[in-house]
Design a protein around this ligand. Sequence first.
Ligand SMILES: Nc1nc2c(ncn2[C@@H]2O[C@H](COP(=O)(O)OP(=O)(O)OP(=O)(O)O)[C@@H](O)[C@H]2O)c(=O)[nH]1
Ligand SMILES: [Mg+2]
Length: 216
Amino acid sequence: MDSVVSDAARGVSPSVGAGPEPEGNLRSWQTQLARAPVATKIVIAGGFGVGKTTLVTAASEITPLQTEALMTQASEGTDDLTGTPEKLTTTVAMDYGRLTLDDDLVLYLFGTPGQQRFWFMWDDLVRGSIGAVVMADTRRLKDCFPALDYFESCGLPYVVAVNHFDGSERFGPEDVREALTIPAHIPVMIMDARRRISVIETLLALVGHALDVTPE
Ligand SMILES: Nc1nc2c(ncn2[C@@H]2O[C@H](COP(=O)(O)OP(=O)(O)OP(=O)(O)O)[C@@H](O)[C@H]2O)c(=O)[nH]1
Ligand SMILES: [Mg+2]
């Protein structure tokens, strides 16, 4: 599956090359107390089963906190599994992970639950965040509308991240922008939530966009 950059591209710092690290491995900002990194909170949102937990897990340098619950027959009528037939669990509270970029920027990632019945969590999850990644799947684009509406109405900067699933039709960012009527200044990324480099590229786009649109 392609992302808009290759893994070798863009000279990403070695500190972001590996997956979750042993818990004893401290980052320099944790041991050199004179250095204060910039800490930012980022929310990962989107419809049911679009890959939010997968994204946080792929990016996190610590073992991510997950709140997965087994899906039961009771959810059969509400939770559409056609796009993700292998899916056995769902997030019932939040995902949490951490990613240090270049030792000066620490991203704290908070994944939301996807189902409407857990949306009451969102107001708490977005508090203090610099922006959000709204994930979309081109096979069920309408599932991301509530998240788009939510961030538009609360004025939080966001980027759209199209998580391309194997076997789904490939679309370019401009096609998705048109289909979702995303304003021209908002980045639309084609990415793969399973690939760390692709996730990092999406997160960097969000940080850049948030800096662009947030008044000093
Ligand atoms: N083929 C493919 N599968 C993916 C991709 N991203 C996620 N998956 C799979 O899709 C399923 C759903 O992923 P999750 O990360 O649990 O989705 P979620 O958005 O956190 O789901 P909820 O929290 O239940 O809303 C899992 O079985 C993943 O392994 C992808 O890019 N490609
Ligand atoms: Mg999840």
